[in-house]
Every structure is written in structure tokens, then in C-alpha cells.
Write a protein that binds this ligand. Sequence first.
Ligand SMILES: Nc1ncnc2c1ncn2[C@@H]1O[C@H](COP(=O)(O)OP(=O)(O)O)[C@@H](O)[C@H]1O
Ligand SMILES: [Mg+2]
Length: 363
Amino acid sequence: MIRLVGVSKVYASGDRPAVDGLSLDVAEGDIAVLVGPSGCGKTTTLKMINRLIEPSSGTIEVAGRDITSMSPSQLRRSIGYVIQQIGLFPHRTIAENIATVPRLLGWNAGRISRRVDELLEMVDLDLAMRTRYPAELSGGQRQRVGVARALAADPQVMLMDEPFGAVDPIARGRLQDLFLELQQRLRKTIVFVTHDIAEAIRLGDRIAILNVGGILEQYDTPADTLRQPANDFVVDFLGSERGLKRLSLLVIGTVPLEHGPVLAETATVDEARRVMADHGVDWIGVGGDGRLDGWVPAADLDGRHDLSGLSLRRFQSWLTVDASLIDALDVVVTSRTSVAAVFDGDRYLGMLTAEAIARAIVQ
Ligand SMILES: Nc1ncnc2c1ncn2[C@@H]1O[C@H](COP(=O)(O)OP(=O)(O)O)[C@@H](O)[C@H]1O
Ligand SMILES: [Mg+2]
């Protein structure tokens, strides 16, 4: 959907290129994240895609057409753009801000009004916001308006320049959740710029890691980038906890689960002691037929014959197969039993240990 071939930009005042021979393909419906240190040419690259800046050399195609064959204004109306620092018009209401492109496209007032309502709802903002001015909104709300404005004319392609840059981590996390939810539904082709590697890993289908001078160091899926960084710059940029970052991308469903030390309540205490010894644990789970009712410490078995009638402790956190391995690891290290039990509704599927999670990382 978007193709850059050997694109360079040398500013008149610059002694070195801002972007240097950049080639990049973005498939339809994908989010490509450009990430790199400040000044590495991210904003310059975005602006070349909608012709706010003309490349010094190279070609750019959008939906198979060389963008120099389209008029810049026609091109810009067909691409949603969230500019760095949001850039809402301060003297226009929220509704007027969102309506910017539909108005340029000559939509009638009724259609614009309905679309504004629809978009406010989409980005989870109250309809009462319509008549407010940007200064009367919180940072997070303004960023939602920026996204709504870029989506207004339902463009196939979106360019987003640090759209969630100026908010606290909690608001940022919520915006990221909302963004991913919207993208599930809308399947836009998006080039998303950030300097935050965690955001890139979370949002990108692929991430392009840029170095100063607009040099592309690696363009890969987040998982492949973390597993196999191309060079020392990428390793440095990915930062510490590369293994943990990979765990956040892997879901429980990709790892084989173990039945674990779990017996029916008809099992004898002798049997339970054997199973605990085999697993190297000092507790036994009780359940059966796709149930895991709870567990007891070994000491509770003293003086008993079987596992019936025990007062069971609950496994505190129930995980589902779509939870991440980092969530599973968190349960493992915070629970008394050192395992993460996995359920589908009420049905017990199996459990994960720290060892199983470690094996998943090295694969
Ligand atoms: N209009 C301009 N004129 C001259 N140099 C510029 C201009 N805009 C950006 N630059 C330079 O180009 C490089 C890349 O800038 P930019 O694309 O804004 O980086 P990023 O968005 O990754 O922080 C920087 O060195 C910046 O100083
Ligand atoms: Mg920038």
C-alpha cells in the first residue's frame, strides 16, 4: 500500500542527509512503526509520504501510484495525518476541528455532523465535547480528537507522528488500547512514528528502526527484531529486558501446558505425596474432569487418607490462553504455588511453570 524506494532528503541547510536511501514497504492493513532517536528523520519521512516535503531523490508510491503523479492537496485529503504536537486549531471547536477534511471535500452539513458524532463515539469522547475548544480538554482528550480528525474522511492510509507523545503513561496506555481496538475494526494502513520502543513493540506489525541520518537499521516484526537484532545499534536501542519484552508479545496459547500436580479428590494421600515429589512441589492441586478446584499445602494432608473434604485454597489469578507470557510470569512469581493456572471459562486447561516460560523464550 505504501512503498518507499531509495528515498533521500537533504535539506538546503543540512550538511548531511536527514533521510538516506530509505526503502520500505507497508502492506495493506498493517501498522508500520518508525522508531529511532530524536532527529533521525522520522517526521521528515512521514511528511514526504504526503508531500509536505519533497524528497531529494527516490520514489514513493501509495496504493500503487507514484505520489508525484497526484496533486499534493488531492493526496493529502486521501491520507489521514496526525501531526506531532496534535496541532488542533485553537479557535475552532472540537466539532469544527474534526470536520476539517470533510469540509474541504465539500460534504453537506448533515453528513458532516453525523460523521463528527460517529467519530467522537469511536474515540470514546462525550458528544458534549462538540462545542468545546481544544484548550478546554485534557491532553489525552486532545489526542483523541487528533485521531478522530485524521479518520474523518475514512482514509485508507494514516500517518501518525507521535500521536500519544504528550500524555502520562496511564493515558498513553489507554490511548494505545483504543488505537489497537479501532485498528482491529478499521484495518487502515498506518505509518506510526514514535521515539518510544515499548510503544513501537506494542503497536507495530513491523517496526523500522532508524539511526541518525535517516539510516534504516532493521525492518522486521517486533518479535523477530527482539529475537534477532540486526546489529549493536538495534540491541542498544531495544534496551534492557529484551527477553521480557519478547514475553509480552507471546501469548499463553503458543506454549504447551502441563497438567501439573493435580489429582481427583478420591486420590490417596500416598499418591499425592508421590505426585508432589515427582513435580518437586510442596502442594497438591485438586480437581478432575476439566476442573481445578484449588490446592492445599502438603502439611494439610497429615493424618488423612485421601484428598476429600480438604479446605481448598484458590488459585488467585485465572489466566486465559490469550494472556501474554509476561502476565503468566507475573502470576508464577507472585503466587504461593509458583505456577500459572490457565482456564477457558470454568474449564481447566493446564498450567505453566517458570521453566516452561523460559523454554518458550529461547525457541
Ligand atoms: N526544515 C528543515 N530544514 C533543515 N533541517 C531540518 C528541517 N527539518 C528537519 N531538519 C533536520 O533533519 C533531521 C531530521 O529531522 P526530523 O525528521 O524532524 O527528525 P525526527 O522526527 O526523527 O526527530 C534533523 O537533523 C533536523 O534538524
Ligand atoms: Mg519528529
